[in-house]
Ligand binder design. Structure first.
Ligand SMILES: Cc1cc2nc3c(=O)[nH]c(=O)nc-3n(C[C@H](O)[C@H](O)[C@H](O)COP(=O)(O)OP(=O)(O)OC[C@H]3O[C@@H](n4cnc5c(N)ncnc54)[C@H](O)[C@@H]3O)c2cc1C
Length: 402
């Protein structure tokens, strides 16, 4: 039987980050991976579109870990039993374990989903022959519709349904120039080239087989990412996320989140005690030349939670009038005076808005905190006042008059 100090099961964004973190903190780390290569999944649509080469994305895991001291074994973990990971071909004894088994795409029968590089290859091949029907109008479905054309079908009344309607509308109008967009319709795959972009399901088999507590949202963890089994942690798409604002379990499958959770689990498995504060679903995409992003709750979601909702919404220049720039529309949602959500769509600058708003939400910022926020300025770079400050002032006026 092999033995190690920290064993990491799965080597996507979460597993990789967990392994490097624990190793840098001086632990003897073994990674168990059923895949022999590493690649980030976020750029797969751009690989399909020919914007990135396969060799730029896909790296043999042996090369990724070369010189790091991390040992990699290619095997499938089946379950954990009394401090031992039981795999198909071997058993590995450990002091601490991190489950980072990710998620798999929900795939409507008769369709192809996009989770792996092999899926991407197949979609690329099919796209040479015909245009697809894409089921699911979330960010991935929209990215694919822009790249491949065809027909995009969304069951909800609008694409990007986690955004408020005025934001979804901007992208829908642009996307219609590239693909046929059908909303309010449930599509079944009836043969032909159909791509499912209808969400993912956490991979919880290893946890379940080990008697570790799971829910419909994934592996249940505490604020240190510890599972219900002693010395076993979990990170990434396989865990049950909790909304930082409502404290309720949510579905949330995002790359940076997986990477940060991997880091936290790596720290906590190597003598540290770092808290995970929860998810805000901070996300961004670039679709048909427009950046769109959000963090926290939309107005619609906040009202659904029964919160005391007010908001600010403005369209502002991203640079001063005398410089060349674009515009951005942003909306900030408040529960009483506390920021609980931010959405932005525009030509540029969306990532700064979303990242600042995310930090502000984590810090419990109020409308007055945002109005008095310090910010930088230089004409070729950005506008003044900062879009967040202008939007907060707009919200304050609505609060006072509403
Ligand atoms: C097409 C696509 C586009 C995306 N775009 C974005 C984006 O733009 N922005 C964003 O924030 N997020 C995006 N995401 C989401 C992001 O990629 C994921 O949240 C992230 O990859 C999750 O990482 P993970 O390590 O938790 O899981 P995964 O990447 O799924 O890795 C889990 C690994 O564990 C392995 N494994 C599972 N079970 C076992 C076992 N029993 N034994 C051994 N190995 C096992 C799997 O084979 C896999 O290699 C996208 C995802 C996809 C699919």
């Amino acid at each position: 039987m092999d033995s190690t100090e920290v064993v990491v099961i799965g080597c996507g964004d979460a597993g990789l980050s967990a392994a490097f973190t624990a190793s840098r903190r001086g632990r003897r780390v073994t990674v168990i991976s059923e895949e022999r290569v590493y690649y980030p999944r976020c750029p797969l649509p751009y690989y399909i579109g020919g914007f990135v080469e396969r060799g730029e994305l896909v790296k043999p895991l042996k090369d990724v870990f070369r010189g790091s001291g991390v040992e990699i074994v290619f095997d499938k973990a089946l379950r954990i039993e009394s401090g031992i990971v039981i795999c198909e071909k071997r058993r590995i004894e450990f002091e601490k374990a991190i489950i980072a088994t990710g998620a798999r795409a929900k795939c409507i029968e008769g369709s192809i989903s996009l989770r792996s590089i092999e899926d991407a290859e197949q979609i690329k091949r099919n796209a040479k022959r015909e245009s697809p029907v894409i089921i699911g109008g979330g960010p991935l479905g929209c990215e694919l519709a822009e790249i491949l054309g065809g027909r995009l079908v969304e069951a909800e009344e609008r694409i990007l349904p986690t955004f408020d309607p005025e934001f979804s509308r901007v992208i829908e109008e642009r996307l219609q120039e590239r693909a046929e967009v059908v909303t309010g319709k449930r599509e079944r795959a009836k043969g032909g080239f159909v791509i499912s972009a209808a969400g993912v399901k956490p991979r919880v088999e290893v946890a379940e087989e080990s008697g570790i507590k799971t829910s419909d949202y994934g592996i249940v963890v505490d604020k240190y990412l510890k599972t219900s089994m002693e010395n076993v942690y979990a990170a990434g798409d396989c865990i049950e996320e909790r909304c930082m604002l409502t404290k309720k379990p949510i579905h949330s499958y995002l790359g940076p989140q997986a990477e940060r959770e991997g880091m936290i689990a790596g720290v906590n498995c190597s003598g540290g005690k770092m808290k995970y504060r929860g998810a805000l679903n901070a996300s961004i995409a670039r679709i048909c030349g427009m950046e769109i992003g959000m963090s926290g709750l939309s107005e619609e979601a906040a009202r659904g939670e029964g919160m005391d909702v007010s908001f600010g919404r403005v369209r502002v220049r991203t640079k001063p009038e005398y410089m060349k720039g674009g515009t951005v529309m942003l909306k900030m949602v408040f529960d009483k005076e506390r920021l609980i959500g931010c959405q932005a769509v525009g030509d540029e600058g969306v990532k700064e808005i979303i990242n600042i708003a995310s930090y502000a939400m984590m810090d419990g910022a109020t409308v007055d905190d945002l109005i008095t926020m310090p910010y930088c300025f230089s004409p070729p770079v950005c506008s003044a006042p900062n879009p967040i400050v202008i939007c907060a002032e707009n919200a304050k006026r609505r609060m006072n008059h509403g």
